[in-house]
Design a protein around this ligand. Structure first.
Ligand SMILES: Cc1cc2nc3c(=O)[nH]c(=O)nc-3n(C[C@H](O)[C@H](O)[C@H](O)COP(=O)(O)O)c2cc1C
Length: 268
C-alpha cells in the first residue's frame, strides 16, 4: 500500500473511520500508525447489537479523530448515526479533530459536522480535508477520475498527509478545506434529497458475470448484502458508499442503468 513516511509521534488519539472504496481507510490507517494508536471502524460498532451505543474509554490526553468521505456535500448518514450514539467516558468534551476525504469539494460538510457534534455538546478543534480519487458514479455526469488524475490525486495526498498529521499533533489548523462552488445548494438542498432518496439499494443487481466470490458482501460496511446461492441480494440498509460496486473483481455489479458505462475504483 501507499506508505506515508512519517516518524511515530508522541500523541494519543483513537481514530474512528468509515470508508467505502478505501481512501479514508488509508488516511485513517496512516494517522493511527503515526500515533501508534487504535483504528476503529464506525460501521462495525453500529452493527453489533450490544454496541448500539458505542463506548470508548479515553485517557486524559487522548483525542478522537474522525476520518470519513464526503457524501453528497455532507456527512454520510452512517457517520451521523455514529456521532449521535457514541459515548466517551471521562470526557465531557473530548478533543476532536476530523479529516474528510473528497473527490473534489466538501460544501458545508464541515459546518454540518460541527452541528452534529454541538448536539452532543462537543466541538471539533480542527477540520482537515484531502482530495482523493472520486468514487461517485451513480448520478449522470459523475464518473471515476481517469488514471492520470487518480494517480495525481494519490501522489498529492501522500505528500500532504504528513503535514496534516503534524498539524493534528501540534493542535494547529491547516488551510486545506475545499468548500467549492454553490455550497448552499449542494449541502442544504441536494444533500437532504440524497439522504431521503438515494440510500436506496433496489437498483443494485449482479449480472451473469458474477463469480459468486462474495467479496461484495464482505466489503459492505453495513452488512447489507445477503448471499442467496452465493449471489448477492441487497437488503434495505444501504448507505451508498458503493463499496460493493467498486470492489467487484469482475465488474458484475450495476446500479440500474447509470453505472453501466462508468469506471470502477478502489484505493490500492
Ligand atoms: C455517495 C457518494 C457521494 C459523494 N459525494 C461527494 C461530494 O459531495 N463531494 C466530493 O468531492 N466527493 C464526493 N464523493 C467522492 C468521495 O467523497 C471520495 O471519493 C472519497 O475519498 C471516497 O472515500 P472512501 O474511499 O473512503 O469511500 C462521493 C462519493 C460517494 C460514494
Amino acid at each position: 500500500r501507499l506508505l506515508v513516511e512519517i516518524e511515530p509521534m508522541d500523541f494519543q488519539s483513537i481514530v474512528v473511520q468509515f470508508s467505502g472504496t478505501g481512501n479514508s481507510l488509508w488516511v485513517a490507517r496512516s494517522v493511527a500508525d503515526a500515533f501508534s494508536e487504535q483504528l476503529i471502524p464506525m460501521s462495525e460498532y453500529l452493527l453489533k447489537d450490544t454496541l448500539k451505543q458505542p463506548f470508548f474509554s479515553l485517557s486524559e490526553r487522548e483525542s478522537v479523530g474522525f476520518v470519513f468521505p464526503v457524501h453528497s456535500w455532507g456527512v454520510p448518514p452512517l457517520v451521523k448515526d455514529f456521532i449521535r450514539r457514541v459515548r466517551f467516558d471521562s470526557h465531557e468534551s473530548p478533543l476532536i479533530y476530523a479529516i474528510f476525504t473528497c473527490g473534489d469539494e466538501c460544501g458545508y460538510t464541515g459546518r454540518m459536522f460541527q452541528h452534529l457534534l454541538a448536539e452532543r455538546g462537543w466541538k471539533s478543534r480542527h477540520i482537515y480535508a484531502l482530495q482523493m480519487p472520486n468514487s461517485y458514479i451513480v448520478f449522470p455526469g459523475f464518473d471515476v477520475d481517469d488514471k492520470a488524475l487518480e494517480e495525481k490525486k494519490k501522489r498529492r495526498a501522500k505528500e500532504k498527509l504528513p503535514s496534516l498529521i503534524r498539524a493534528i499533533a501540534d493542535d494547529e489548523p491547516a488551510d486545506c478545506y475545499i468548500t467549492g462552488s454553490m455550497p448552499f445548494l449542494k449541502s442544504k438542498v441536494i444533500y437532504p434529497l440524497f439522504c431521503k432518496y438515494a440510500l436506496n439499494s433496489r437498483p443494485f443487481y449482479a449480472t451473469d458475470d458474477c463469480i459468486a466470490c462474495s467479496l461484495c458482501a464482505s466489503q459492505c460496511p453495513t452488512a447489507n448484502i445477503t448471499l442467496i446461492d452465493k449471489k448477492p441480494r441487497w437488503e434495505r440498509n444501504c448507505t451508498q458508499c458503493l463499496a460493493c460496486i467498486h470492489h467487484c473483481p469482475v465488474r458484475a455489479i450495476e446500479y440500474g442503468k447509470t453505472t453501466q458505462k462508468k469506471g470502477r475504483y478502489t484505493f490500492r
